[in-house]
Design a protein around this ligand. Structure first.
Ligand SMILES: *[C@@H]1O[C@H](CO)[C@@H](O)[C@H](O)[C@H]1NC(C)=O
Length: 274
């Protein structure tokens, strides 16, 4: 075989691997904090996973660029409390149906307090980023209807640093219910000064903790990719959504992002699809 043929065969194999064997992190995301989910659906820490083909997790995106107007961090900016006033927040929440378990749970006060507890949001924030955050929060909680995932999975992985508490489950809670696994709860708790490993239900008991938990993840794994566009950050939030079998989910999320951009009076970036 010539080199060209070898490369071509590898390419075909890679596509087959994606369609046949995609599983693993495309279903449950990677358990380890340092693990990335590769485009082919496997978890690892090396460059094959965290480099150019990284799909989600702590991807190394240095030097990656799409050009064009793909920057969620660009455009008009403002302070969080002036971009999202309590009236606007309440009008968003008024659409939550009364039979939702989270009806009335996500409050404006908790939202603002959580934002302000992160250095990155103390000053002026790009309106596009706020629209993106709202789109992902809305999507991640099924339009602010749920406080936690309906799941029997434990999402407990072996970890020296953040061992599971007996009887506790680390499935998705709060606004980004794609945040799962004990290491994520452990690291978030450490950062926020909260006992989330011992008591993960704190996220679904306190709206402030719920917002902080989601913002912690956003700051850590999503924010570095803002300049690559909305599609790219969607992968960082939840790689499952970008699989071929969930295209409708992707479309809905893009629709929500565009709606929130309109609400805040900004044009969305152009890199919408993931
Ligand atoms: C609430 O009620 C609506 C309309 O009856 C229904 O479509 C929806 O699934 C319900 N939601 C929940 C969380 O039960």
């Amino acid at each position: 075989m010539t080199i060209k043929n070898v490369i071509f065969s590898l390419f075909i194999l890679a596509i087959l691997a994606e369609t046949v064997f995609s599983q693993n992190c495309m279903d449950t995301s990677c358990p380890g904090l340092k693990e990335c989910c590769s485009r082919w659906g496997f978890c690892g820490t090396k460059d094959e996973y965290c480099g150019f083909f990284c799909f989600s997790g702590p991807c190394n995106i240095k030097g990656k660029s799409y050009g064009y107007d793909y920057n969620v961090d660009a455009g008009p900016r403002g302070k969080i409390e002036t971009v999202i006033t309590s009236a606007l927040f309440d009008s968003i929440m008024s659409k939550v149906e009364s039979n939702c378990s989270a009806k009335g749970f996500y409050t404006y006060e908790a939202f603002i307090t959580a934002f302000k507890s992160f250095g990155a949001y103390k000053g002026k924030v790009a309106k596009r980023e706020i629209a993106a955050i709202l789109a992902h929060f809305s999507y991640g909680s099924k339009s602010f209807c749920y406080k936690e995932e309906i799941s029997n999975e434990r999402y407990c992985s072996k970890s020296k640093k953040y061992p599971c508490e007996p009887g506790k489950n680390y499935y998705g809670r709060g606004l980004l219910q794609s945040i799962t696994w004990n290491e994520y709860y452990g690291a978030a708790g450490k950062h926020l000064g909260l006992p989330l490993l011992k008591d993960p239900d704190l996220v679904s008991r306190s709206p402030e903790v719920a917002f902080k938990f989601a913002m912690w993840f956003w700051n850590r794994n999503v924010r570095p990719a803002l300049y690559l566009g909305f599609g790219e950050i969607t992968k960082r939030v939840d790689c499952r959504e970008c699989g071929n079998w969930r295209r409708d989910d992707t479309k809905n999320k893009v629709k929500q992002y565009i709606e929130f951009c309109e609400m805040l009076g900004v044009t969305p970036d152009q890199g919408l699809d993931c």
